[in-house]
Design a binder for this molecule. Structure first.
Ligand SMILES: Cc1ncc(COP(=O)(O)O)c(C=O)c1O
Length: 349
């Protein structure tokens, strides 16, 4: 691996107490180019703009996928990633669907380690502080013919993050737009999936909601995801989440919640949940909790959902709610404050 050190670190200019998500990037970036049918020698370079042809196929045909993960620093300076093997696997699942060549595991983990060690001062200790790690890959062939590119660029960039108070989340159950369809690319972390969400989400925001609950594209009668998160509800004593398939991203936080729930004997069902069932459970006062989950916030409590212009409020979240218990357990594992019984932590230093 070629490593060029950034000789003018900007770390001393950063106010780590006041960070907006994803706006500041560390001193280095990982870059690896695919050309002549092979991934070339990876490089770590000072973080900088990159030069791309205006005819580069990513701009025209959208071959681009990404991942999102976090690095944490424990009180002794130990640096940890949370289930990065799962992110690596998902990256290549996404790539395959977008006709992007798979990225070698060796390069991914060597690159991650080297990058995080070089930029380790950017990871602050203390609950809530983390480094958001963004691997991504895009088609980079110059020319506008509508066919898979034969050149790609894989990169990893990193952004310091704090835990954010997500505020009250009131969601709208979507009855018109879809983020994914059968046989489509909803299961992939493809850039275009996010572009397709922005407009319907902005309509919901203008109506006073914070997020959209995506439903199946054929009937709009089954719950799929919550914004850019997977979704769980607790009806009576049972946690329920939709099965992943080609329309739902196989979230690593979702998977962790299922495994943890089973471990603590919290009943969890992975099955389709209809909007009708959700509405009835709310009307019968059987709907106790509803939350989104994902790498960025771990768990995002939902305060209310609206369907056909009718609003249904969730009960107040108690300290001993299952979402608080699960969030605390995941944070403790991530920050090396509890034993790692599932082998989820990945040591960097
Ligand atoms: C569409 C979508 N669903 C679910 C998730 C949650 O996945 P993970 O828990 O792996 O972050 C994400 C990413 O955060 C996402 O973009």
């Amino acid at each position: 691996m070629i490593v060029k050190i950034n000789k003018s670190s900007k770390i001393n200019t950063i106010n780590f107490q006041n960070l907006n998500f994803g706006e500041i990037f560390t001193d280095h970036m990982f870059v690896c180019d695919f050309e002549n049918n092979t991934w070339k020698e990876p490089q770590i370079l000072p973080y900088d703009d990159i030069k791309i042809s205006p005819s580069s196929s990513v701009f025209h045909y959208g071959q681009a996928v990404f991942e999102g993960m976090k690095a944490f620093k424990d009180d002794d300076g130990g640096i940890w990633l949370f289930r990065p093997e799962d992110n690596f696997k998902r990256l290549n699942i996404s790539s395959k669907r977008l006709s992007i060549p798979e990225f070698p595991k060796k390069y991914f983990f060597e690159g991650l380690k080297k990058l995080l060690l070089l930029d380790q001062e950017w990871i602050k200790t203390g609950y809530g502080n983390s480094l958001y790690v963004r691997p991504f890959v895009f088609a980079n062939k110059a020319g506008v013919s509508a066919s898979p590119s034969d050149k790609y660029k894989f990169m990893i960039i990193c952004s310091p993050a704090k835990s954010y108070y997500t505020g009250d989340t009131n969601v709208k159950i979507e009855e018109n737009y879809s983020r994914a369809c059968k046989g489509g690319i909803g299961f992939a972390k493809a850039a275009g999936n996010y572009a397709a969400q922005f407009y319907p989400t902005s309509l919901a925001i203008n109506q006073g909601f914070q997020q959209v609950i995506w439903t199946d594209s054929e009937t709009h009668s089954f719950i799929e995801e919550s914004g850019t998160m997977n979704i769980f509800v607790k009806i009576n004593d049972t946690l329920i989440t939709s099965p992943t398939g080609d329309t739902i991203l196989d979230g690593i936080t979702r998977r962790s919640i299922i495994e943890l729930s089973k471990h603590i004997n919290q009943k969890v069902e992975i099955r389709k949940l209809s909007v009708d069932e959700l509405v009835k459970s709310a009307e019968n006062l059987e709907l106790n909790e509803m939350f989104g989950c994902g790498t960025a916030v771990v768990i995002n409590p939902i305060r209310s959902f609206s369907y056909k212009n009718k609003k249904f409020n969730l009960p107040e979240i108690k300290d001993n709610s299952i979402q608080n218990i699960l969030k605390e357990s995941i944070l403790k594992i991530q920050y090396n404050k509890s034993s790692d019984i599932f082998n989820w932590r990945y040591k960097i230093n």
